[in-house]
Ligand binder design. Structure first.
Ligand code: ADP
Ligand code: MG
Length: 388
């Protein structure tokens, strides 16, 4: 059951004004938006509000201006691009068309303080509030939380879709469910691992994260990225996994190099034979075979964290190979594949399969906090409204 109202539940909003919170914190390189995913994904909500005859005032943050106005972080560069991608005119600050983009929410000191006065100011400009920014729902800010106390509030299509997909993956998944967690550090993902071992049947570890577990098992990891002060934590996670009937899978072999640089000379070794002067930068072929066979037996896969140092070639090998393997299985309807995380999404894009998974979350931090099992304040605020 949904605990929040979606756009289907909107009353007649013809001629009314909707305050729409979105995430237009888009990647910019050389003054150009380098990836349109976030903008494109907002189209269903925009179209549906336009079709209902509403005026739309858009709120978004951009970068970290910390409560001060800054020319560099102004959203003024976006309206032409938004108009082009959405196919509707978008004005800036002044209402010149049906859709108006307001200035960066974080120019206001009250935004990150969840200030009710700021929320009230925004609310006074509109009749309805719609939140379509799942990726900022782990923050209680004036434009995501306080605002819901002043306007009837709804979840947009993208927000609803993210919640539905993540719920399907974690709360009532098709079993067996396997989680694949890689990336650099366990210290940033203890909460996530702790929650996953209670929910999934198999937890596969890869990336530098696995090095810490390998070290905790008593092997020498040489110069590999490894959190030597986290060995006890790793052992604890392995113990809890056992108590929860979750099988943890560690790599069997890895690709090691003496230097961490593009095309560094490298060899494949068993994890019990990592030479002291080398570092593990990617998973080896035996690990890959094992992971594939587990995936073959799984119905749902949840993936966060690259399997190797994929930004430095050829240590992208395991990540790319597995991403393509999962994409094919997804296409063949043999697995439901869900992935998320900032670097994970880049890795999937690098592997050419970003659109070939069942669902790739565009949220970084919010995705991780959801998997940790935390309540996300932005979503909670929409839900509280529903029950009152
Ligand atoms: P996400 O942002 O998807 O949550 P993380 O931030 O946890 O992922 O981790 C991504 C980083 O982990 C990548 O920059 C990648 O280079 C690094 N990484 C993965 N495996 C290794 C490894 N064996 N050695 C060094 N870095 C690694
Ligand atoms: Mg990251």
């Amino acid at each position: 059951m949904k605990h929040y109202k979606t756009l289907e539940a909107l009353p007649d909003i013809k001629g009314k004004t909707v305050l729409l919170r979105v995430d237009l914190n888009v990647p910019v390189q050389h003054k150009k938006v380098s990836d349109l995913t976030r903008i494109k994904r907002l189209k269903p909500t925009i179209n549906s509000l336009i079709a209902k005859g509403a005026n739309i005032l858009i709120l978004s943050h951009f970068g970290r201006p910390k409560g001060h106005e800054s020319q560099e972080l102004s959203l003024s560069f976006l309206p032409p691009l938004l108009s082009e991608v959405w196919g509707h005119d978008v004005g800036f600050k002044e209402k010149t068309s049906q859709i108006t983009l307001l200035e960066n929410t974080r120019f206001h000191a009250g935004e990150e303080k969840n200030d009710p006065e700021l929320a009230k100011q925004w609310a006074s400009m509109a009749d309805i509030y719609v939140n379509d920014a799942f990726s900022v729902s782990h923050r209680a800010h004036a434009s995501t939380e306080a605002i819901t106390h002043f306007l009837p509030s709804y979840a947009g299509h993208l927000m609803d879709q993210e919640i539905q997909m993540l719920t399907a993956a974690l709360e009532k998944p098709q079993k067996p469910v396997t989680a694949l967690v890689g990336g650099s550090k366990i210290s940033t993902k203890i909460g996530l691992l702790g929650n996953l071992i209670k929910k999934v049947d198999v937890l596969i570890l890869g990336g530098a994260m696995a090095n810490t577990f390998i070290a905790a098992e008593g092997y020498d990891v040489g110069k590999s990225l490894c959190e030597h002060d986290m060995l006890e934590t790793a052992r604890n996670i392995m113990k809890q996994a056992k108590e929860n009937n979750c099988t943890i899978i560690l790599p069997k072999d890895c690709v090691v190099a003496e230097r961490f640089e593009p095309h560094a000379e490298h060899t494949i070794v068993s994890i019990s034979e990592i030479p002291a002067h080398t570092m593990a930068l990617d998973l080896g072929p035996q690990s890959m075979e094992q992971i594939k066979s587990i995936i073959d037996q799984s119905k749902t896969l949840l993936w966060n964290g690259p399997l190797g140092a994929f930004e430095t070639l050829p240590f992208d090998h395991a990540t790319v190979e597995l991403a393509q393997y999962v994409a094919q299985k997804t296409k063949d309807k043999e697995i439901i594949s869900i992935a998320g995380g900032g670097d994970t999404v880049s890795a999937l894009a690098h592997s050419g399969v970003k659109n070939k998974f069942t669902y790739v979350s565009s949220a970084g931090g919010a995705f991780l906090e959801w998997i940790e099992g935390k309540d996300l304040p932005g979503i909670k605020a929409l839900s509280l409204q529903q029950s009152t």
